[in-house]
Design a protein around this ligand. Structure first.
Ligand code: PLP
Length: 399
């Protein structure tokens, strides 16, 4: 079907919940996609930080092909061996504990939220407050949304339970003022993604840890975007050395398939009792077979080393670019989770994004002044150079 017809069908039948680009993909290899227009696209987007292993990854394809031959679904009522193996691997690389598998980042955060409330109530009945950050993003379900500190996402869907308190990100004093004996948990992204890639400082996470310990609150990290090797370490918090009590993963976890996970430390293994929480599809055999293969790759030292190296290449290229455009005020992020921030009003990054797309590069624009750059972690030096050349020309055409 033609692009025009398909777009029309979308417009006629699918809720318009997000911006819509009239393009789809018919193939891809590494960090390069092939569009329905038969053009090649260097991918600085990864389907929003999901396709960490890019396209046509041989080991993932093999795991998926083998899993396809077995039953695709059985329910968590039965054992799903790859689910347990995946949890064991996640815990081996973080800390001993227990995991719960869901289908998305929002659902993983719902599990973490319910867990925090249940555990808070075990200590005192009014220990149900959650402290979260302004500009955070934890997902679109009502629970995850109630912890998302962005009025533009919340306001149309209010009211919320009213137990969330929002503090400025990286502001130690505000955090200290907000956390008290009624706090069940502090929810933070070690690197905020959706806000435009803002890195939590070590001092901030240390303060959060100290306050949670002092008030017997849980420190929960949302690693949905910054986890799974995206920052050059398996988990984003590892850059700071400040471990949480629990954390959520999704996005890259399934190598492109939908899966989310909440893990809490061993000390909390009995908080969830049978019947407290479940998901029909969560952690099913097909998705966990593929996710296990993906996570094995993410956790290899050689893989992480390569993410660091490509992150340095990309960052160096973006810094060079920034020096050429006075309107570009900052390059920030970690590993392959980067952003170029322009002085608001100087350059429309929506326009840059479209110009990039026309020239064969996929990139994300946030708040119309930030470019978020989150390529597959398998991106090559040559693909980075090609993408950077397109980006430079697109900015030139847009200023
Ligand atoms: C940090 C973070 N948490 C949660 C979510 C929600 O994940 P999902 O869209 O899979 O529900 C996102 C999505 O962008 C995210 O970036």
């Amino acid at each position: 079907m033609s692009t025009k017809k398909t777009l029309q069908q979308f417009n006629d039948h699918i809720f318009h919940t997000v911006g819509r680009d009239p393009l789809w993909f018919t193939g891809g290899k590494g960090a390069t996609l092939v569009g329905c227009d038969r053009k090649s696209y260097v991918d600085f987007f990864s389907g929003i930080a999901v396709n960490n292993l890019g396209y046509g990854h041989a080991a993932l394809a093999k795991a998926a092909a083998a899993a396809l031959k077995k039953p695709w679904h059985s329910s968590n009522i039965f054992l799903i061996p790859d689910q347990a193996q995946l949890a064991a691997l996640i815990q081996k690389h973080s800390f001993p504990g227990r995991s719960f598998f869901a289908n998305s980042g929002a659902e993983a955060n719902e599990a973490a939220y319910k867990f925090a409330i249940k555990r808070g109530r075990m200590l005192r009945t009014d220990k149900v407050e959650i402290v979260a950050a302004k500009d955070s993003f934890h997902g679109r379900t009502m629970g995850a949304l109630s912890l998302t500190g962005q009025p533009k996402y919340q306001d149309p869907f209010a009211p919320f339970p009213g137990n969330a308190r929002f503090v400025a990100f990286n502001h130690l004093a505000e955090l200290e003022a907000a956390v008290n004996e009624k706090t069940a948990a502090v929810f933070l992204e070690p690197v905020q993604g959706e806000s435009g890639v803002h890195v939590a400082t070590q001092a901030y996470l240390k303060k959060a840890r100290e306050l949670c310990d002092r008030h017997k609150a849980l420190l929960i990290y949302d690693e949905v975007q910054c986890g799974c090797a995206r920052t050059g370490k398996l988990f984003g918090w590892e850059h700071t050395g400040v471990a949480p009590d629990g954390f959520t993963l999704a996005k890259g976890l399934g190598g492109g398939l939908p899966i989310g996970c909440f893990t809490a430390a061993e000390a909390y293994k009995d908080v969830f009792a049978a019947g407290d929480h479940n998901s029909t599809f969560g952690g099913g055999p097909f998705v966990t077979a593929v996710a296990l293969e993906a996570f094995k790759t993410y956790s290899k030292a050689a893989f992480l080393k390569q993410v660091v190296a490509r992150g340095q290449d990309l960052r160096h290229g973006l810094e060079t670019l920034r020096a050429r455009f006075p309107a570009a005020r900052e390059v920030r992020g970690r590993g392959l989770m980067l952003a170029v921030d322009f002085v608001p009003g100087s350059v429309s990054t929506d326009k840059v994004r479209l110009a990039c797309r026309g020239k064969g590069l996929l990139v994300n624009s946030i708040h119309n002044h930030i470019l978020r750059i989150i390529p597959p972690l398998v991106i090559t030096r040559a693909e980075i150079d090609k993408g950077l050349a397109i980006l430079e020309q697109a900015i030139r055409d847009s200023v």
